[in-house]
Design a protein around this ligand. Sequence first.
Ligand code: 4NP
Length: 145
Amino acid sequence: MKILMVCLGNICRSPLAHGVLAHMVKEKELGWEIDSAGTGNWHIGQCPDKRSVAVAKKYGVDISQQRARQFNERDFARYDHILVMDRQNLRDVVALAKTAEEKTKVKLFLEDGIVPDPYYDDNLFETVYQLVASRCEVLIEELKD
Ligand code: 4NP
């Protein structure tokens, strides 16, 4: 199973989703490949936002070694599931899909809502972490069999 988490900058939300899911996958010895990317190019090569690094560390997850990269068309072939954080991410990624099969790989990470962008609101990082952690637990159960 190969899963790609996508947000706008790949420094706040998707690094958390990537790190938390990878941590759970490792604990459960599932052997899945997890990565993340951003639709935008502003932060390529950068470490995750220090507020994301801090909230992950608080819960025992180390995301400090991640580096931001931009989503690209080859990711459609490489991943089974491309999970996006909000509706703009969904539009941006789907716009790059060339086939119906590619489009069907792209879904909202929270099936019935969005992960709010915490970039301009320090208080949202804890909220984002909790949303991500509870969804990842369920996601593993959904995709395991
Ligand atoms: P992310 O958050 O999409 O969760 O990584 C953001 C990071 C940077 C910017 C916006 C959102 N930015 O405008 O630079």
